[in-house]
Design a protein around this ligand. Structure first.
Ligand SMILES: Cc1ncc(COP(=O)(O)O)c(C=O)c1O
Length: 418
């Protein structure tokens, strides 16, 4: 029997969703078809066939220069295969997951950790587990539908996705961004009985604006009102911590005082995956209650293996992160010296306020024409006409690339009368 080629199914039935109109209305400021990248991403990127100096990479440490990550990946693939080929509950976890989870628990200062295929799934799983009710044949049940969450308004999309549907104003509240006094006000209002189950969620470094949250004050408020804390440390994990680095106070508080910590392996670790670390009994219960560990695939074994090797290498070679932070601080100083303001933080993420959305989008196009990939946050990612350039300095950027970028930025600002 021969099979004849048929056309792909028509999308006529999708008309009520108005996708075509949506794309049409938005193509002026958003690339809806992701550009295709050839070769590995690093300080430069080959996008759509053109090499650009890359200020968009969230894996910014240029690790391969110091740690044989690809060799570790190959060793992991050889020893443990490419796939877990089954869920944690039916087949179990691979040895690299176990070792990775132990390492993350140790590095975050928590009793235990559970890994997820991505940090996004870790956050959704955390919220799901903390608000689940389940009844087991053994007669054991948990009833946590009465959990109340209070989150910083700017926490990552994944936290809000998890909280969706839990009842805003009843089980879900938001405090003003980085405002621990507003959090305390909400806690004070909600704190009515001994058995309230309140979970406060905040980030360390906010990907939205590069700021470090007021971690100590948030944890103080949690202690005062008996709330559980969860800090999403996706952007701070293995970057902030030792005494000599910025935000040592916040990193120590996360380690010593936060009940739960979420980490992502797609940032400093340069791979993919995520985890929640916290008290052993809770983490064990998350196996059954989070959903995003049981009903989906795990981190691939070679990735789990290489991630663990990378975390340990970063711990014993602090110069890798120290040098990077000095490099990012140098670029910040040079931007300031050129008369350009950045948002006032001391993190490695650099945000240059541009304001007018159209001007920022114009700049992005000019940058690409001149050989630089510079992400722009404009409406709806941020408030209308409060557009920003969002730069991730890369450890592999040369002086020449940094100087070239600065000269280009100054020239554009002049051209736009800024
Ligand atoms: C604060 C924060 N939380 C969670 C995530 C999601 O992490 P992952 O990329 O591992 O899914 C990100 C990544 O953008 C993030 O910045």
């Amino acid at each position: 029997m021969t099979t004849s080629r048929t056309a792909p199914p028509s999308v006529d039935r999708l008309a009520p969703w108005a996708f075509a109109e949506f794309v049409e209305a938005n193509t002026h400021d958003t690339a809806y078809r992701p550009p295709v990248v050839d070769g590995p991403v690093g300080p430069t990127i080959v996008q759509g066939g053109r090499e650009l100096v890359n200020f968009a990479s969230i894996s910014f440490l240029d690790l391969e220069r110091h740690i044989p990550v690809r060799r570790h990946f190959a060793e992991g693939a050889h020893a443990h295969g490419l796939s877990t080929s089954g869920s944690r509950m039916t087949q179990g976890i691979c040895r690299p997951h176990q070792v990775l989870e132990e390492t993350i628990a140790r590095r975050t200062g928590k009793e235990r950790a559970i890994s997820f295929a991505t940090g996004l799934l870790a956050n959704i799983g955390f919220v799901t587990a903390m608000s689940s009710s389940a009844h087991f044949d053994t007669g054991i049940e948990v009833r946590n539908h009465d959990t109340v969450f209070i989150a910083d308004r700017d926490v990552h999309w994944s936290v809000w996705k998890g909280l969706e549907g839990l009842g805003y104003g009843r089980n879900v509240h938001a405090f003003r961004h980085n405002d621990a006094a507003d959090l305390a006000r909400i806690l004070n209002r909600l704190q009515t009985g001994e058995n309230r189950k309140i979970v406060v969620i905040a980030e360390s470094i906010y990907s939205a604006d590069g700021t470090m949250g007021p971690i100590v004050e948030i944890l103080d408020a949690c202690d005062r009102y008996g709330a559980i804390s969860m800090i999403d440390d996706a952007n701070g994990f293995m970057v902030y911590g030792p005494e000599n680095r910025p935000y040592a106070r916040e990193a120590t508080a996360i380690r010593e005082r936060a009940d739960f910590v979420m980490v992502s392996l797609s940032k400093a670790i340069g791979l993919e995956g995520g985890a929640i670390a916290g008290p052993a009994a809770a983490i064990d219960a998350f196996e059954l209650l989070s959903g995003t560990s049981m009903f989906t695939a795990a981190i691939q074994p070679p990735t789990a293996y290489a991630a663990e090797r990378t975390i340990e290498a970063l711990a014993v070679q602090p110069a890798i992160v120290d040098d990077y932070l000095a490099h990012a601080a140098r670029l910040r100083e040079q931007i300031h010296a050129s008369g350009t303001a950045t948002t006032p933080t001391d993190s490695y993420m650099l945000s240059v306020p541009i304001g007018n959305d159209a001007a920022a989008l114009q700049m992005r196009e000019w940058f690409v024409e001149d050989g630089y990939l510079v992400p722009v946050f404009s409406y709806p990612a941020v408030t209308r006409n409060q557009a920003l350039l969002r730069l991730f300095p890369h450890a592999g950027h040369t002086e020449e690339q940094m100087d070239g970028f600065l000269r280009t930025l100054v020239a554009y600002r002049r051209r736009l009368g800024m």
